[in-house]
Design a protein around this ligand. Structure first.
Ligand code: ADE
Length: 230
């Protein structure tokens, strides 16, 4: 079974509309809809915004549905000149840019106890996702995605996160899902469409972009589900 955790109702609804044999269950206020998509069983959820909601959702999904992999989709701010609005970032690893015990002598981003800074995404799943993105003619870059409980909208903060962690994109959930998957020994991937440059400059009509991005994800996720063998 493939777990799909989305940030946007619109994108997850698009995937759900293509699923058959649907069943649903609500836990801690999150609706999990499972069923078939292509060759695979899938379970979908909209987690809500931020790392805590994302962690609650990923942990529940693992305990209730035991997916073989969790894929996190949504939008992200670009931290790279190679990623423009509507392009797709695929994480090879994720980091929590707001995890900071550096006054105690730790490196920034370190998760104490497990001593991890970067959570590695599953290589094969990432490769298949990137292939599915390219099949649809969408530009994609693979690299570090940085998550934190902040919407980044300034050049200074953007450059700091890019510089400190070598990150290509920023969002608010992916690394929490990576963290939960790491402690549960569960493979994960993060696929994000770029909605902004994280610099506070509004370039686009956000609602119409979200619809466009959602249409892109649905195509990409459906192609992925046709090919993935768990
Ligand atoms: N999601 C989309 N754009 C973002 C940004 N600039 N910062 C954090 N999360 C985002």
């Amino acid at each position: 079974m493939i777990g799909i955790v989305g940030a946007m109702e619109v994108e997850i609804e698009g995937i759900r509309s293509k699923m058959t044999d649907k069943k649903e269950k609500t836990v801690s206020g999150v609706r999990y809809v499972s069923g078939r998509l292509g060759k695979n069983e899938v379970v979908t959820a909209v987690c809500g915004i931020g790392k805590v909601f994302a962690a609650i959702c990923a942990q529940t999904m693992i305990l209730e549905f035991a997916p073989s992999v969790i894929i996190n989709t949504g939008v992200a701010g670009s931290l790279s000149a190679q990623l423009n609005v509507c392009d797709i970032a695929v994480a090879d690893k994720v980091v929590q840019h707001d995890m900071d015990t550096s006054p105690l002598g730790d490196p920034k981003g370190l998760v104490s106890g497990i001593n991890v800074i970067y959570f590695e995404a599953d290589r094969d799943v990432c490769a298949l996702l990137s292939e599915s993105v390219r099949e649809h003619g969408i530009n994609t870059v693979s690299g570090t995605i940085a998550s934190g409980d902040q919407f980044i909208a300034s050049k200074e903060v953007k450059n700091r996160i890019a510089g400190e962690f070598g990150a290509i994109a920023c969002e608010m959930e992916g690394a929490a899902i990576g963290h939960v998957c790491y402690v549960n020994k569960k493979p994960f991937a993060v696929l994000r469409a770029i909605s902004d440059k994280a610099d506070g400059v509004a370039e686009i009509d956000y609602p119409s972009f979200c619809k466009m991005a959602a249409d892109n994800y649905i195509k990409v996720i459906c192609s992925f589900c046709e090919k993935y063998v768990g």
